[in-house]
Ligand binder design. Structure first.
Ligand code: ACO
Length: 326
């Protein structure tokens, strides 16, 4: 059987750091509140000259280098992002240009914090039907430009960054075993951001603020996210005749340490099986899972044949999982 295998991982996190103590200087908040409610201690902020496609390009270069694959060998580039610098062209088009990946077809996927998993599922299907042999799947976001820095309910939660994987079609039992995607648009109002020039003016904040920031009802998002992230993990395991005991590590979307703890409890998984880096990078939306995966990979935490699970949840609502034999 031909499967997509992860041949290389890469990530890019901007240099500039904003700690909770930095936020205390201009916001009615505290390090104690942010750490106890979210587990976040600091986030990284892109330089003014950087766009989501620049971060994506850096992450992709590192993934290509690890895979030993040249940009010209890539057939497909998919970027999960909601913060591309243009409405069009896509961030993926800019990455294709930056890398010189002349043969690659390139497009973006918009699924908020689930963007990487949705992009990955798309790419896996192209590999499965044989039209693609090598692809780049990237999650890249500059979330710190989407939040109102006067709104303590949202601005403390997010950070910037990008992560990438190179997929290669391989014969055998390993690789990406299955992907599972879900959507429920009925929840759109719990977490959204109005778009640029094409959005209708039926919501009051268009006139009130002039700028269009992320809006969120955190409590409600929290409850649905924990259930959806847990259920989709069990769905992926069941589809492959496996159980939670077979898992080496899971990489849930890094939104909030309390969400990660609640998933662990619901799935009855020990904390050392749940990868956590939200304390250092905050919620980087679609970049969060590939950044975490690259960190684990470069730290040598993954060995051949290990079973790992990626699961994400985001605005829409969207949620999904991928089960992988490393
Ligand atoms: N600093 C200090 N106080 C704050 C802050 C802050 N940064 N933010 C909110 N508060 C205050 C509120 O104003 C409120 O005060 P009040 O009681 O006087 O009205 C109080 O803290 C409690 O607010 P809640 O919103 O009820 O706090 P909660 O315990 O729910 O924590 C949080 C908020 C962290 C956002 C939580 O709901 C959460 O984690 N939700 C998940 C949402 C999420 O992670 N979204 C990311 C995008 S979606 C995704 O990635 C899955």
């Amino acid at each position: 059987m031909i499967r997509a295998k992860i041949a290389g991982t890469g990530s890019y996190i901007p240099e500039k750091v904003a700690t909770n103590f930095d936020l205390e200087k201009f916001l009615d908040t505290s390090d104690e509140w942010i750490v106890s409610r979210t587990g976040i201690r600091e986030r990284h902020i892109a330089a003014e000259c950087q766009n989501a496609s620049d971060l994506a390009t850096e992450a992709a270069r590192k993934a290509l280098e690890m895979a030993g694959v040249a940009a010209e060998e890539i057939d497909l580039i998919i970027v999960g992002t909601i913060t591309g610098e243009f409405t069009f062209p896509s961030a993926a088009c800019m990455v294709q240009k930056n890398l010189g990946a002349r043969r690659a077809v390139a497009f973006d996927v918009s699924a908020a914090c689930s963007g990487f998993i949705f992009a990955l599922a798309n790419a896996v299907n192209y590999h499965r039907i044989g039209t693609v042999k090598r692809s780049l799947v990237i999650g890249s976001e500059i979330m710190t430009r989407t939040v109102n820095w006067k709104d303590r309910n949202t601005c403390v939660l997010f950070g910037d960054g990008a992560g990438a994987v190179v997929l290669s079609s391989e014969e055998g039992e390993g690789g990406i075993l299955s992907t599972h995607l879900h959507t429920d648009g009925n929840y759109w109002e719990l977490l959204y951001q109005l778009s640029g020039s094409a959005s209708p003016s039926f919501l009051p904040e268009v006139e009130d603020q002039g700028r269009r920031f992320v809006k969120m009802q955190g409590n409600e998002v929290f409850k649905v996210a924990v259930k959806a992230l847990s259920d989709v993990a069990l769905e992926a395991l069941a589809a492959n005749g496996l159980t939670k005991d077979d898992l080496k590590l899971i990489f849930p979307h890094q939104a909030n340490k309390r969400i990660l703890d609640a998933i662990g409890k619901r799935l009855d998984l020990p904390s050392d099986k749940i990868f956590v880096n939200v304390d250092r990078v905050a919620n980087t939306s679609s970049a969060s899972i590939p950044i975490a995966l690259d960190e684990a990979n470069r730290r040598g935490l993954l060995a051949p044949q290990d079973l790992i699970l990626l699961n994400a949840f985001g605005g829409g609502f969207t949620w999904g999982a991928a089960l992988i034999r490393w």
